[in-house]
Design a protein around this ligand. Structure first.
Ligand SMILES: *[C@@H]1O[C@H](CO)[C@@H](O)[C@H](O)[C@H]1NC(C)=O
Ligand SMILES: *[C@@H]1O[C@H](CO)[C@@H](O)[C@H](O)[C@H]1NC(C)=O
Length: 222
């Protein structure tokens, strides 16, 4: 009897949760909800979402402005407006939203705030696209990043050999530890999500092999 009433009490607690409360979860594997770790970059091919910003990060990091500020803290900036290269991509994060467009695209800033990203477009560098997991089936607030390192514009602005793994590892090295931008200081830890994608080139844009791992970053504002 006591057990039963505890069960009922527990159930009513669950139902009493406010509708907008986020699931306290780092992320949900997109494949469990019919999604994929590869975004859609063209017919039948995609780029790996090889970095996840945990939904357990400080909430202010997970907004569009928040991820942009964090990106600047680790050497990225908003896209150069003068040189537009590459169409937006879309992804299905298995959260019930289906295929959604990227929310923002960020490029490496080579040190000059006004022309740094333009320089990046010319000489190549790291960039990433951001997708937010916020559908009702997996409302974690996690950000899935498709990170890559590109060739320079003269070479057609495609991904360098091994550019997905290299881009990911460069971003993670820049992010882990203490960073700051515009008065906000971040403490970031990482964890490897081993083998979440099949290793190799199957379905991967430009036929560039990936190692199949993603990195989970948890970013706390100090
Ligand atoms: C996604 O982007 C494409 C290409 O820019 C655009 O045609 C489409 O309307 C966008 N979809 C949504 C849901 O915004
Ligand atoms: C989910 O994220 C998308 C993309 O950033 C945003 O446009 C939308 O408003 C968000 N939905 C909710 C319910 O917050």
């Amino acid at each position: 009897m006591l057990f039963l009433s505890l069960l009922v009490f527990g159930a009513s607690l669950v139902h009493a949760r406010p509708a907008q409360t986020r699931a306290a979860s780092a992320f949900v594997d997109p494949t469990t909800g019919g999604g994929s770790w590869l975004d859609v970059a063209g017919t039948g091919v995609g780029e790996p979402m090889n970095v996840v910003i945990s939904g357990l990060s400080s909430p202010a990091v997970l907004t569009d402005d928040g991820i942009t500020n964090f990106a600047r803290a680790i050497g990225f900036s908003t896209e150069c407006f003068d040189i537009h290269l590459g169409a937006p991509q879309s992804a299905n994060l298995g959260d019930g939203n289906g295929q959604v467009n990227q929310t923002v695209e960020l490029r490496q800033d080579f040190g000059s705030s006004s022309i740094g990203t333009c320089l990046e477009s010319l000489i190549g560098g790291n960039h990433f696209r951001v997708f937010r997991q916020n559908g009702t089936m997996a409302d974690t607030g996690a950000l899935f990043l498709a990170v890559s390192k590109e060739e320079n514009v003269a070479e057609g602005h495609t991904i360098v050999a091994n550019g997905y793994n290299i881009g990911r590892d460069n971003l993670v090295s820049a992010a882990v530890g203490t960073t700051s931008f515009d008065g906000v200081t971040y403490s970031t830890t990482s964890e490897t999500l081993t083998g979440v994608m099949p290793a190799g080139t199957d379905g991967v844009n430009h036929g560039i092999a990936i190692d199949g791992n993603a990195i989970l970053l948890t970013v706390q504002i100090d």
